[in-house]
Design a protein around this ligand. Sequence first.
Ligand code: N01
Length: 542
Amino acid sequence: MTSSVHEEHEILIVGAGFAGLYQLHKLRERGHDVHVVESASGLGGVWYWNCYPGARVDTWGPMYQFSDEKLWRDWNFSELYPNWEEVRKYFHHVDEKLGLSRDITFDTRVTQATFDEGTHRWNVVAVNNTTGEVRRITARYLVLCTGFGSKPYIPDLPGLDTFQGIKHHTARWPQEGIDLSGKRLGVIGTGASGVQVIQEAAPVVDHLTVFQRTPMIALPMRQRTISDAENAADKQTYPQRMARRNGTFAGFDYDFVQQSALEVSDEERTKILEELWEIGGFVYWLGNFSDVFSNEESNRYVYDFWRDKTRMRIKNKDLWDVLAPTDPPHPFGVKRPSLEQRYYEVFNQDNVDIVTLRSNPIERVTPAGVVTADGIEHRLDVLVLATGFDAVTGGITAIDIRNAAGESFADSFKDGAHTALGTATAGFPNLLFVYGPQSPSAFCNGPTCAEAQGEWVVDFLDYLRENRITRIEPTREAEKSWQNKIDEITSSTLFDRAESWYMGANVPGKKVQMLMYPGGLPMFLHEVNESAANGYPEFVKN
Ligand code: N01
């Protein structure tokens, strides 16, 4: 019989990524009784799970950190865009400085949470992944920091289970790694994960088959190593750059060009695009013209520039329309671009094939490989499912959360996510999210949002303690008002013109809706801070 442990805490956090760790540290600092449950064996959230070959950060390292000088002063990333191993070391460094692990239960998944109206507390069940030991934890508040990419999406491909080779989703890659050298590799999916696996594996495999449904608009990363001396000099700029993060749309140390692409002459536009391109990284996306996401004509200029630059790298002209089509597959940047180092050169290799699934879909997976509609069996030793996530909501709805009436949280999200201020859902008291649905989450640099929204949640929990409030729940009106704001902003953009995970459109049957708050971090902070200043009127408090 599996043993069972009972614990009681004031606040229980689920997830030990940037968001959960910030909550733990700040709440502990302010004297709250707080504990974290994490399904992985270590810190880092996505950086624990995503250890596939080539996994690395798409944000430059100096800004992909907590802003506390105590943490960055003696931490150096060795590359501008650190790989997953170095990010894990960073979390280890944070843990050494702050002693976070002592309040975290690892290897344990929260499976159930039921609210008790008698005690105004959650009764939580968490199960150890290996021993099956059950922990029963009661907590006044449940703070879900499950991230936007914690539930992998695996398409329902006929025969997938029959494959006899090695098969993994990128976010469930074995911790011990897989030697891909000399293997026949197939990769389904060309999102950020697919691009990274493809460019990393192509030089070592015997043969690579890329199964592409939609071409990725991948941008040059311009990776480079950073010496300790350069890091030291760069740190002079950290305080000012860190401080800037909360004032920019996506929580970076740069923002959009404050001009429309249509306001400038052709020469000036090309010059600006060229400059952004040379800087590299997401600057060409989130530092581009101010109307890149709202004006189709501006967006097209940005796309065409990318297309022409990219085509120059692809030797086989037959692949131009496959990888960098004449007309955009969707407006530029409304599906998340990825950063690449040698992605397009991969397709100049003789041992690499690309299958275009829109014209030649996968019919079935066999024990030996993948059969496409043209009848060809692509024989494989390793099949990588780089097929993404039930993003933003999947990590939350995977937990069996019930209110006192027995209503399920997952059911309440069936017709779409609904929150007040991207922080809580009506019908489910004392439940808060950080970096979750209808917050800036995936539109924002992770550490920035973990701190900015996280600070607001910590202040809110302080307020509740000071005012001896034991139960809070947002009103339906507050949810409607938040939804209206999201809809209004979304309708002024091009985001609904792509079948993206931003819109929940990548998972069959999932409600199509904008899953993030799309107004940018400063506008979001303005909204939530106004609520705080007015005593959180979106919530009923008892
Ligand atoms: O997932 P995705 P991801 N048949 O959903 C294809 C973050 N991230 O793991 O575009 C065939 O973007 C799908 O095709 P289509 C980052 O925010 C960050 O790559 O839907 N193909 C697509 O090509 C990122 O955006 C980092 O037509 C199918 C791919 O699978 C987010 O995580 C690194 C299919 C899925 O792409 C998700 O990225 C990695 C099917 N049935 C990830 N179903 C860094 O910052 C799906 N696809 C380092």
